[in-house]
Design a protein around this ligand. Structure first.
Ligand SMILES: Cc1ncc(C[n+]2csc(CCOP(=O)(O)OP(=O)(O)O)c2C)c(N)n1
Length: 369
């Protein structure tokens, strides 16, 4: 039987959820997704979790200077990664998206190289850690200034539309980013231009220590789309299948020339905001423990178990395999050398202008003296 196209309702009062906390499929349609894809989602979510744990070790052992933990965001990030056409569509991520870029196919060696800022880093050590990017995978480098990547994502999408490339731009950010002027300018302009872009809010309800109740008076983030004349989807981002299928729909809309959407994926942030933050000063341990109970990995594990696609032995072998991959890539990245400081003058302009040439000479003299 040919399955009817799934259509999700924008501006729902409750988050769109397809799998409940016990792992039951609760939607009124068949998911129709192949077993290999479902197991791939699990693998990518597990890899994202294990990567997060590894990054925590790197900060605790002083090997890197900054991390932004992504544990609790795995279902949202993996669902999103699989909805995109990799290497074709463009991703404009933010600093908490290490699980997302991993699922998009950024090699672990590059991820660790970027974290360590050495010669294994495609950005040649010139970016903050947790600021990945990839030219071949069409991943725009993360910008530290919150929401500053929203207008560039809109601009790229307008260009895609004018050039009829069939590509879509996907731009991710946290709930705090929606309070920035850049966010409103970028979303408004994209809506007016019917640009092929999907704005994705990974809403973990905190902007560092600022709770969402002090960030916005809107009942949720998705509803903000209404004011701009575009659909806003309010989604349970702890549900990988809801995240995946809603993202697919928003991407198809954009591809079909129907313009942008805003997708709010409601997630939890298991760690502190970053390695420079102590979250015990502003959120209770009880609140955190309750959030940890709603582990997206565990929910999906329960779902797979019911589908006959998960057993402890398979999961243990998978965990071992991923752990080995992570360790091997980390050891290789740790062996990479320090980047040449003179590379800071490369890639700024197509041809190095006179003033950078002059500064480069000064640094070179300094290094040689
Ligand atoms: C323009 C700007 N203002 C302030 C900061 C400092 N800052 C870094 S992260 C952050 C919180 C952002 O929170 P949110 O958008 O909710 O994303 P989350 O970190 O919670 O995933 C702030 C205020 C910044 N980087 N840029």
């Amino acid at each position: 039987m040919v399955q009817e196209k799934i259509r999700f309702q924008p501006f729902s009062n409750e988050p769109i959820r397809l799998v409940d906390e016990h792992g039951h499929w609760i939607a009124p349609f068949e998911h129709g997704l192949p077993a290999e894809l479902l197991q791939r989602f699990y693998r990518d979510m597990l890899a994202a979790r294990l990567l997060d744990e590894k990054l925590v070790i790197l900060i605790r052992t002083g090997k890197t200077s900054f991390i932004a933990p992504h544990a609790g965001h795995e279902a949202a990030q993996v669902g999103l990664a699989h909805a995109l056409r990799k290497g074709h569509d463009w991703l404009f991520p933010y600093y908490r998206d290490m699980g997302l870029v991993l699922a998009m196919g950024v090699p672990l060696l590059e991820i660790f190289g970027q974290t360590l800022g050495n010669t294994a880093d495609p950005a040649k050590g010139r970016q903050m850690p947790s600021h990945p990017g990839s030219q071949p995978l069409h991943i725009f480098t993360v910008c530290s200034a919150i929401a500053s990547h929203i207008p560039p994502a809109t601009g790229a999408a307008i260009s895609m539309k004018l050039r009829r490339t069939g590509e879509v731009a996907v731009c991710t950010f946290g709930d705090g980013a929606t309070s920035e002027g850049d966010w409103h300018a970028g979303v408004n302009f994209a809506a007016v231009q019917k640009a092929p872009v999907v704005f994705v809010c990974e809403n973990n309800r905190y902007a560092i220590s600022v709770n969402i109740s002090r960030q916005t008076a809107s009942e949720n983030i998705a509803i903000k789309a209404h004011a701009y004349g575009i659909p806003g989807y309010y989604v349970d981002g702890l549900d990988v299948l809801a995240s995946y299928l809603v993202m697919q729909e928003a991407l198809e809309r954009a591809r079909a020339g129907q313009g942008p959407s805003l997708v709010e994926l409601v997630v939890n942030r298991f760690g502190a905001h970053s390695s420079a933050d102590d979250d015990s000063r502003y959120r209770s341990r009880e609140e955190l423990a309750a959030e940890r109970q709603q582990d997206p990995l565990l929910r999906f594990q329960r779902f797979l178990e019911k589908e006959g696609l998960w057993d402890a032995q398979w999961a243990n072998e998978l965990k071992l395999e991923i752990s080995k991959e992570l360790e091997a890539a980390l050891q290789e990245a740790l062996q990479a050398g320090e980047p040449d400081p003179l590379q800071m003058f490369d890639d700024v302009y197509a041809a190095r202008p006179w003033h950078l040439e002059e500064q480069r000479r000064l640094v070179m003299d300094e290094l040689q003296s």
